[in-house]
Design a protein. Structure first.
Lengths: 325, 359
């Protein structure tokens, strides 16, 4: 297996400005040290609650934010430190499908112009070539070719998300980031979009990073799952193992929160106490310790590092020490 | 599109009728006797009686309204009491001046306001942004008459005998006169036809007239005379437009489709030009239509300050003199202009927003 995308120690902080003169009063640690490989042709699922840095990581990968630290390699070549032209060449191989298909299309443009814009930035082809390409892509994502000159408001949510996928696909990407592509859609439409993505992945040999807070969706699409908490990775494991035998206490709590259609099992849920801490002043030691049922003194002092355990990697002192109480 | 425009024009008809009736009644409910206002306090009862009968003020108001309405439908706004000339003729002479002033002010306000708004939004929270917005707040707080007097004083008096001097009053300098284009081209006009009235109207737009006849000395003189009044009149709308553009553009720049455009790799200039600006212009266009009302009322003050013989001053003088036909004629003309401009604004929505286009 060779890794298509290697993410090495990515950090992203945002300055917090306050007061009359907008002085920097601290930093939001949106992404704290993420390191992971994504193998060609596979899907990495990324889960975590709101505000844990999922979307920030996606934006760093697609080039919307420069990372504060770290390096990203694509096909073995570093793309963050690369020269500008090289960055553009690689940028077209990494595309993103955004969350809300209702707001992520410019309402003033017919959709073929939104779809073709990526190509025209790279000066590829004249108007008729672009038009033909758009027709092909629309067919690929299951939309009628005559949809091209209509406007976003004429489409339903599912159709719009197909347009979002078409927009990403027209660049012939190798890697697509799906940033919660189904969370704004009806359940029936969600399934259609997920199946579309799976089909396209097989046909075009795509590599996916699939971001979601919906564990059932992740279970459906992912080969490997990465769990984030407050900007840091707490567990990475093959999907089957993660869902059957979660290691990190946070992963276990997350999984037990998934609705189960059996009232008898309801009592076995792990309820997390407290709120998500502020990413401006994260707690010392393990950031999860204030809410962790297994926390001890070491967890309050020392930040756990991501360590391999079997096929998985986990950042937890309790797991490392074999504590369960 | 055409059907929509026609429907809107049809809706405008009852609006105009309403305006006719309201101005008719309101002009007559201004306290004061037109006879005394016109002929002086010492006019005798017999003279006043004759005056009142001559202009039909002794008739019941409904009869007066009926006669007036049937005249208006034939395109006749009656004769001015004070000047004993047709109101239409006065409008042909005076209205072009006001149109020139308001239109130039609108153009200046729009271009300057939108540009400043874009700068402020692009450099959000920077020194440029803060300066622009402080400037806009000052601009919006300055009364037209005060600003007009200050400009006239600074450029007309302090800068006298320097190259910055600008004429503080009038439309043309003494010794320069505008020759109507139909005379330059040797057209023979039929007396009193609607077409020749229209041509006369056009030729009274001095800047336009000088442009089509390539008469550069008159053109420059007319433009120089317009600079101060236009500045005075454009400041408030410009500030309002700048603030609106800024807040609207800031809102749009945070939208998801702008993020999508950035993710495609568009340059920030193109993101603003192709995706953000068009979407941000919708509320600005609405403001534009509303500002035109402010421009027309501001034109009344501006014309008084700069001694311009426009329709605004005509109206003010007519109100003092209780010259009912002029009050009515001018108000209705301004109302028509307002209705037409707002129709144009509504039509431009459908250009800017495809969601409106298909409805």
């Amino acid at each position: 297996m060779n890794a298509l995308l290697e993410i090495r120690g990515i950090k992203k902080t945002f300055p917090v400005r306050k007061g009359l003169f907008q002085r920097v009063k601290g930093h939001v640690n949106a992404v704290r040290d993420v390191t992971v490989d994504i193998e060609r042709g596979t899907t990495l699922g990324l889960v975590g609650e709101s505000g844990c840095g999922k979307s920030t990581l996606a934006k760093v990968l697609v080039g919307l934010y420069p990372p504060s630290e770290g390096e990203i390699r694509f096909n073995g070549k570093p793309i963050i430190r690369a020269e500008a032209t090289e960055r553009i060449d690689t940028a077209r191989s990494i595309q993103i499908v955004f969350q809300d298909p209702y707001s992520s299309l410019d309402p003033r443009l017919p959709i073929w112009r939104s779809i073709a814009e990526g190509l025209s930035i790279h000066h590829e082809g004249d108007a008729s070539t672009l038009w033909r390409r758009v027709g092909e892509i629309l067919e690929l994502v299951g939309l009628p070719p005559n949809a091209a000159d209509r406007y976003p408001h004429e489409f339903s949510g599912g159709q719009r998300q197909r347009i979002g996928v078409a927009r990403a696909l027209i660049m012939d990407p190798e890697f697509i980031i799906c940033d919660e592509p189904t969370s704004a859609l009806d359940v029936s439409v969600q399934a259609q979009i997920l199946n579309l993505l799976k089909r396209l992945q097989e046909e075009l040999n795509l590599t996916l990073l699939f971001i979601s807070h919906n564990l059932s969706v992740i279970r459906h699409v992912a080969d490997k799952v990465m769990v984030m908490y407050l900007g840091a990775v707490v567990e990475i494991a093959p999907a089957r193992q993660l869902f059957n035998a979660p290691l990190h206490p946070y992963t276990r709590a997350l999984l037990s929160a998934t609705p189960i259609a059996d009232p008898k099992l309801r009592g076995r849920r792990i309820k997390l106490e407290g709120e998500l801490p502020s990413p401006i002043n994260p707690p010392p030691g393990c950031t999860f310790h204030p809410r962790c049922p297994l926390a001890n003194d070491r967890c309050k002092r020392e930040e756990p590092r991501l360590k391999p355990k079997g096929d998985a990697s986990v950042a937890c002192h309790a797991v490392e020490e074999g504590r369960t109480e | 599109m055409l059907g929509y425009a026609l429907r809107r024009l049809l809706i405008a008809i009852p609006v105009l009728f309403g305006i006719l009736i309201v101005t008719f009644v309101m002009a007559r409910s201004i306290p004061g006797d037109p006879c005394k206002a016109m002929l002086g306090e010492k006019a005798s009862a017999a003279t006043c009686e004759a005056f009142t009968q001559r202009f039909g003020f002794d008739q019941p108001i409904t009869t007066q309204l009926y006669i007036y309405m049937s005249d208006v439908l034939r395109g006749n706004f009656g004769d001015s009491i004070r000047f004993s000339r047709p109101v239409t003729q006065l409008l042909v002479e005076r209205f072009p001046m006001t149109i020139e002033l308001a239109l130039l002010a609108l153009i200046v306000a729009t271009f300057a306001g939108v540009t400043l708004g874009i700068i402020a939004a692009r450099k959000h929270n920077s020194a440029a942004d803060v300066t622009t917005m402080i400037g806009a707040n000052i601009g919006v707080s300055m009364p037209v008459f005060w600003l007009g007097l200050m400009l006239a004083y600074i450029f007309g008096v302090i800068f006298k005998d320097t190259i910055f001097w600008l004429p503080p009053s009038g439309r043309l300098s003494a010794g320069i006169s505008s020759v109507p284009f139909y005379e330059v081209w040797g057209w023979q006009l039929a007396a009193d036809s609607g077409w020749s009235k229209f041509l006369e109207f056009l030729s009274n737009l001095y800047i336009f007239n000088a442009l089509v006849t390539f008469n550069w000395p008159v053109f420059w003189d007319a433009v120089r005379h317009m600079i101060l009044p236009v500045l005075a009149l454009a400041t408030i709308p410009m500030s309002v437009i700048a603030r609106m553009t800024r807040s609207s553009l800031l809102d749009v720049l945070g939208r998801d489709y702008v993020r999508t455009a950035r993710a495609k790799g568009l340059l920030e200039t193109d993101v603003v030009r192709k995706h953000a600006l068009g979407n941000a212009m919708l509320p600005v266009v609405t403001i534009l239509g509303l500002q035109l009302g402010a421009l027309l009322s501001g034109a009344v003050l501006t014309e008084s300050v700069f001694g311009l013989a426009g329709v605004g001053r005509l109206l003010v003088e007519a109100i003092f003199a209780r010259d009912y036909p002029i009050i009515q004629g001018v108000t209705v003309t301004i109302a028509v202009a307002y209705v037409v401009i707002n129709l144009l604004v509504d039509l431009s929505y459908s250009y800017l927003d495809p969601r409106i286009r298909q409805q």
